[in-house]
Design a protein around this ligand. Structure first.
Ligand code: PMP
Length: 300
């Protein structure tokens, strides 16, 4: 089944969408992007897009930073996305990639006096971290705290360096510290620990990307399990002694961590809080929990 893309204000087959080699965003990383999940519910024969509104609010914040005036509202972007995904017709889990980028075909490092455009496409994508439990490592790469909170393409070079270092050293994922040496996040996920029955996660002032899955998990933990989340600096050494650890992200969902830097977390099995949150989370994103249906946009 072919993928489609909304490109230059039209929905066309994905393979027909091409950009010129001089496109500004390609040279200087001047684009903001998102990743949105469509989760297939076989019983309801429905595909649910998860928290589309929040993803587009974050995209528009990225556009503000990049001086991009897209001329689309969150509602416009939402409507276009549903249209593209419906046209694709996939009856399985998909990933949706919207990109707002500096489209002028002209050289020169800057943000001003450049045109911008937007495209969005969808494609089938199953597991991102293809493991039941991840083995992770703290990488040698640190990222600049100031702008890490937006999903800007240029920033992801640090994440790519960290991911490849982790994979080449035999791990499934890498954890990055921020410039102050505190734990920040995975290369495409936020990180949670369980310490003394509470969730602990790096705070916004650690320069992390404020993940939508992170927010979902914090809310589910509080509302459904009565488990509180403490947002604070996390020292690297705390990773080794936590009772449980897991990663959250649109692509990676909620992935338990079994080992960090070759030390077992707890007994190396999926911990009780992680397990409960994982079940709740999957139920919610697949549109099976009536209390959270406002987060799920049906495509068909
Ligand atoms: N941190 C980074 C660096 C990411 O790329 C992502 C994925 N967008 C996340 C955290 C998780 O964010 P979200 O839950 O909104 O996908």
């Amino acid at each position: 089944m072919p993928s489609y893309v909304y490109f230059k204000k039209q929905i066309i087959p994905l393979e027909q969408a091409k950009l010129g080699v001089m496109t500004h965003a390609l040279h200087y990383g001047t684009a903001a992007f998102e990743g949105i999940r469509g989760n297939w519910n076989a019983k309801k024969q429905q595909l649910y897009l998860f928290r589309v509104k929040e993803h587009y609010e974050r995209l528009l914040k990225g556009c503000k930073i990049l001086n991009i005036d897209l001329g689309y509202s969150v509602d416009d972007l939402n409507r276009i996305t549903v249209e593209v995904v419906r046209k694709c017709g996939f009856k399985e889990d998909v990933y949706v990639r919207p990109v707002a980028y500096k489209s002028t075909e002209q050289m020169g490092v800057r943000l001003h006096n450049l045109e911008a455009d937007f495209f969005v496409f969808a494609f089938p994508w199953g597991k991102y971290l293809d493991v039941e439990k991840a083995r992770v490592t703290v990488t040698s790469w640190r990222f600049p705290k100031e702008i890490a909170r937006a999903k800007l393409t240029g920033l992801y070079i640090t994440n790519a360096l960290a991911k490849t270092e982790a994979i080449e050293n035999g791990f499934d994922e890498g954890i990055m510290l921020n410039a102050d040496g505190y734990v920040a996040e995975g290369t495409g996920e936020n990180l949670f620990l369980v310490i003394d029955g509470k969730l602990v996660t790096p705070a916004s002032y650690d320069g992390i990307l404020m993940g939508i899955t992170r927010d979902t998990v914090i809310r589910l933990a509080k509302e459904e399990l009565g488990v509180e989340t403490i947002e604070r600096h996390v020292d690297r050494i705390e990773l080794y002694t936590a009772q449980e650890c897991f990663l959250t992200g649109t692509a990676a969902h909620l992935t338990p961590v079994a080992e960090i830097d070759r030390r077992k977390i707890g007994n190396g099995e999926i911990g009780p809080i992680t397990r409960k949150l994982q079940q709740l989370y999957f139920d919610v994103i697949q549109g099976n929990n009536p209390r959270y249906m406002e987060w799920c946009t049906p495509v068909f």
